[in-house]
Ligand binder design. Structure first.
Ligand code: NDP
Ligand code: MG
Length: 390
């Protein structure tokens, strides 16, 4: 029997890579449903190739355009739209595997519904764990859902952990490329353009995560992601900059051994690992030739250069509702930077001020998460007004 897959966010960077891996392993997988926000033309082309049972977009007007396109292609794919139908779609019995590849907090609700339905979850959307990691993992335990991380560092850790050795794990080391501004003069940071920030030296990704990588907020989010995924304390999570992006993360054991996963920097590797798990399938990526790679280097992270990273570490230490607030403020600030409304350095200031104004509270329910996320966006948008470029 083929494994039946839904890709949430199929038109994005992770979505497209997932479709490539599935194309190379057609005997094992079938596409049951594809979803996008509003990229109607891309989604139509994907439907033409993969002929899913369902295609979903956020808004009714886009659903109408998509239906028309699919009718012209003579496809039987049923078109759906809206929040409720997405939540119902991910829980359908016919689905075995859910790829959670919507970017940002927009991906939370559908990911949670997939978790509740006890499926195999391929989680790219790290924001879900930052916003409500405890709730998310508790729900997975209850429903018996399997969570496999697509994020390359966490995927590497999943590959390096061995269930026999769990009690001997001392700490983990996440690697970070350092992004496009690792060597830039700090005096030039205020002039950084959107194009420069999007030009990542080693990974080709969606816009939001590319900016997060440039500020290194991404690595801060990944610390929180790792704490929940692998049940670690903050003191057990180290980060080093490794600009070559070849060693994807490491697990340190109590006998002094460090186990790492090493490969080309291609997201098809973690995606194929998750799709095939517990077996291995083709990723279409060749082994890396280590004799031809640059020397591998590791260095610490400068506080002056990457204040967002250190802010995220402080936030991870406080926990409760504070990571949810930081995540919301980061999304507001990144979105404004992408619209050229604020300077690169203002991203940190807006997140810092929003977090500082928040009084920590316990997150008991998913309603708490949505309320705190919404309130924080309103607060961050207020703060942002002081920074808008005229
Ligand atoms: P992209 O921006 O490339 O793609 C995002 C996808 O989500 C698109 O299909 C988009 O649809 C859809 N989407 C966006 N907003 C909404 C919404 N409001 N409702 C429904 N669908 C929506 O992102 P990436 O693929 O880069 O990242 C996806 C997730 O994976 C993120 O959480 C990121 O942190 C994580 N990740 C990504 C990596 C990468 O290499 N790209 C590496 C590690 C983690 P549309 O095309 O219509 O806008
Ligand atoms: Mg990563």
């Amino acid at each position: 029997m083929k494994n039946s897959v839904i890709i949430l966010g199929s038109t994005g960077s992770i979505g497209v890579n997932t479709l490539e891996v599935i194309s190379a392993n057609q005997d094992n997988f079938s596409i049951f449903a594809l979803t996008a926000n509003s990229s109607v033309e891309n989604l139509s082309s994907q439907c033409k190739i993969y002929k899913p049972r369902y295609a979903h977009v956020s808004r009714e007007e886009d659903a109408k355009k998509l239906s028309l396109n699919l009718k012209n292609m003579d496809l039987n794919t049923e078109v759906l739209f809206g929040r409720e139908s997405l939540n119902a779609l991910v829980a359908l019995q016919e689905i075995d595997t859910v790829v959670c590849a919507i970017s940002g907090s927009a991906g939370l609700e559908s990911s949670l519904n997939a978790v509740k339905s006890g499926k195999k979850i391929l989680l790219a959307n790290k924001e879900s764990l930052v916003m409500c990691g405890k709730l998310f993992m508790d729900l997975a335990k209850e429903s018996n859902a399997t969570i496999l991380p697509i994020d390359s560092e966490h995927n590497a850790l999943h590959q390096c952990f061995s269930s026999n050795d769990e009690k001997f794990v001392q700490k983990i080391i996440l690697t970070a490329s350092g992004g496009p501004f690792l060597k830039m003069d700090l005096n030039d940071f205020d002039k950084i353009t959107k194009e420069q920030a999007l030009d990542h030296p080693t990974w080709n990704m969606g816009n939001k995560i590319s900016i997060d990588s440039a500020t290194m907020m991404n690595k801060g989010l990944e610390i929180i992601e790792a704490m929940y995924l692998f049940d670690l304390k903050l003191s057990q999570v180290d980060v080093v900059i490794h600009p070559q992006s070849i060693v994807h993360s490491m697990v340190c054991y109590s006998d002094g051994s460090i186990i790492s996963q090493v490969s080309k920097n291609d997201m098809k590797i973690p995606i194929s690992y998750c799709l095939g798990w517990p077996e291995r399938i083709s990723s279409c990526v060749n082994l890396i030739d280590l004799t031809k790679s640059q020397p591998l280097t590791f260095e610490n992270i400068s506080k002056e250069r990457f204040p967002c990273f250190y802010l995220a570490k402080e936030v991870a230490a406080i926990g409760e509702s504070v990571p949810t607030v930081m995540n919301a403020a980061n999304e507001v600030a990144v979105s404004a930077f992408l619209k050229n409304s604020i300077n690169f350095n203002d991203i940190y200031k807006i997140i810092y001020e929003t977090v500082e104004k928040h009084n920590k509270e316990k997150i008991i329910s998913i309603e708490d998460v949505f309320r705190i996320d919404n309130d924080s966006r309103i607060k961050a948008t207020e703060i942002l007004k002081h920074y808008i470029n005229l």
